[in-house]
Write a new protein. Structure first.
Length: 293
């Protein structure tokens, strides 16, 4: 894959704050076609772990994808956690489940590095590639390279929680659309020479995988934030409005007043938010068409 500058690193507190909402949002209906496809494939060759599922979690963060997925997949599993941040890798490696859905063992190793460095050879023997809240941070070239590496290696890919570019706030506010537009522009910004895809990432990934013969399924995976998630909602609001303001500084002071209003509504239990995301499953090879349904 192409080399790229290091991607943004995220605070463990933010990743832990969002984990419950992430778990509730992920699309479990994608697991059935994934398991069906896996059941028709031979054990991963070259892994040195005959019969194990070898799962690579790219940009693993604190390991929330592993905690959600490992207990939903049957059979012994070997998770390889990839991230740039050694602190996050330590955190994730210590907290993955130790048993799968059927009680068989799960073990974990960690590898520090950028997914942009992975090739099809690196993925040889991989049963599944996963990532969560990562796809929209990539460029079109990086999505193409990821699709090529995974399809060439014969690895299915489950990419969860990519931003869809749509947010619904109740009650509505006249400034909602202005903030949403500026935030989406920020998601599509050019950062250190990299033109990020943001909300366009899912469409780019569908095209990239389908061009290489994969069967691609997409399902909605929205955050639904109410009173029970007020801490997450408040933190999300600060980040959402802050990114919009960073993209369009001329929005101040309206953005400051808007954020104050929304935080007050959140604290009072009067605000609910739906943040739309999309999950994507890509199944490579000719066997995919028959198993995806």
């Amino acid at each position: 894959m192409v080399n790229a500058p290091e991607r943004p690193r995220f605070a463990p507190r933010w990743l832990e704050l969002r984990e419950r909402a992430d778990a509730a949002a992920r699309a479990p209906e994608l697991l059935q076609p994934l398991l069906q496809w896996m059941s028709g494939r031979p054990a991963a060759a070259g892994s040195g772990r005959t019969g194990d599922l070898v799962i690579r979690d790219l940009g693993c963060g604190t390991g929330s994808m592993g905690r959600w997925l490992a207990v939903r997949l049957p059979g012994p599993q070997h998770w390889i956690l990839h991230d740039l941040d050694p602190l996050l890798l330590t955190h994730a490696g210590a907290r993955l489940p130790v048993t799968a859905a059927d009680g068989t063992p799960v073990d974990t190793t960690t590898r520090r590095g950028d997914l942009a460095d992975l090739t099809a050879d690196d993925l040889a023997g991989t049963s599944l590639v996963t990532a969560s809240a990562l796809l929209d941070l990539l460029t079109r070239e990086e999505v193409e390279a990821l699709a090529e590496a995974c399809v060439d290696a014969g690895s299915p890919v489950l990419l969860a929680l990519s931003v869809a570019g749509r947010v619904e706030l109740t009650p509505s506010d006249p400034f909602d659309a202005e903030i949403a537009e500026a935030f989406n522009d920020h998601q599509r910004r050019t950062d250190q020479g990299r033109a990020l895809l943001g909300p366009d990432a899912i469409a780019a990934a569908v095209t990239a995988f389908e061009r290489r013969g994969a069967t691609v399924l997409v399902r909605p995976s929205p955050w639904r934030l109410g009173c029970a998630e007020s801490a997450l909602t408040a933190e999300w609001l600060r980040g959402w409005v802050g990114a919009a303001h960073a993209q369009r500084p001329e929005l101040a002071p309206e953005a400051v007043a808007y954020l104050r209003r929304r935080l007050e509504e959140c604290a009072a239990g009067d605000l609910s938010v739906v943040v739309h995301h999309t999950d994507l499953l890509a199944l490579p090879g000719p066997a995919a068409a028959g198993s995806a349904g």
